[in-house]
Write a protein that binds this ligand. Structure first.
Ligand code: CP
Length: 293
């Protein structure tokens, strides 16, 4: 059957465990019998996901072809789906997509190539979840996140990263708390909800992940300036200093300095932000190698 990764639920726990095991203990270079072709079909801007898939594919010896929406026949009235079918008909081994909307089952079914969701609207971002979970397991040097308290702060409602991460962290037995203003809050099963830092026991968390406001997906104004948002919900250096002495900091990027986070925190001794980027290449390389080419 054709391989697909649209939701983090498309991988079984044994798939994920094998992937993480190989990542930790077998970093040997893979030799492919022929150079596979990885096609990148992104309809939205991206730095990390796009370039780290390119890096991962290059390290595997695959050929990468990137669709450029601004110079494509989308400008002549072709639909995004017609474009995708056209690229698929050229015969790539795998297509990695990023769409500003939900990647529907009906779309995926019509694609012959293997397909990986590099982020679809407010829905999911499964490879970000894999790299974030792997980064935490590696940092804590453990096989699961049992007993770990993780706080996710920010625009939960519109964040595909939050949706995939919450599912995956829960599969790995983490205890999750979500902090968001009511306009960005979303009920997620098994998570504690907060709407103010003043209600949070800062010392209880082993990790805190900060999310940016997904301004491109907002349907209405949030009724707060960037300065007010930072004051109430932002991760300032002072706020991070109140967290437990071992608490690590994650941000999937892109970061908006002095909106959801103080950019200086990237360089904090307990920041895993650069490690997330580094692991993004390793995780995507191993994922491509094991399941897609
Ligand atoms: N984390 C993430 O998806 O970043 P990009 O939008 O830069 O790919």
């Amino acid at each position: 059957m054709k391989r697909r990764l649209v939701s983090i639920d498309d991988l079984s726990m044994s798939d994920i465990s094998r992937l993480f095991f190989e990542l930790r203990y077998k970093q040997d270079a893979c030799r492919l019998p022929r150079a596979p072709i990885v096609m990148i079909y992104f309809l939205e801007s991206s730095t990390r996901t796009h370039i780290s898939f390119e890096m991962a594919a290059a390290k595997l010896g695959a050929k990468v072809i990137s669709f450029n929406s601004s110079t494509s026949s989308l400008n002549k009235g072709e639909s995004w789906f017609e474009s995708l079918l056209t690229l698929d008909a050229m015969g790539p081994d795998v297509i990695i997509t990023r769409t500003p909307f939900l990647l529907e089952e009906n779309t995926v079914e019509q694609i012959q190539a293997a397909i990986i969701n590099g982020g679809d609207g407010c829905n999911e971002h499964p490879t970000q979840a894999l790299l974030d979970c792997y980064t935490l397991l590696e940092h804590f040097d453990c096989e699961d996140l049992d007993g770990k308290n993780i706080l996710i702060v920010g625009d939960i409602l519109h964040s595909r990263v939050a949706h995939s991460n919450i599912k995956l962290f829960q599969k790995f037995k983490a205890k999750l708390s979500l902090l968001a203003p009511p306009i960005f809050s979303k009920e997620m099963y098994g998570c504690k909800h907060y709407s103010s830092f003043s209600d949070v026991d800062h010392k209880k968390f082993d990790a805190v992940m900060v999310l940016r406001i997904q301004k491109e997906r907002l349907e209405r104004e949030i009724g707060m300036s960037d300065q007010d948002y930072f004051w109430h919900f932002g991760m300032s250096e002072e706020r991070f200093s109140k967290m437990a002495d071992h608490c690590v900091l994650l941000h999937p990027g892109p970061m908006n300095n002095k909106v959801e986070i103080d950019g200086n925190l990237r360089g904090h001794i307990r920041s895993l932000i650069s490690k997330q980027v580094e692991n993004g290449v390793l995780v995507r390389k191993k994922l491509l190698e094991q399941f897609f080419i």
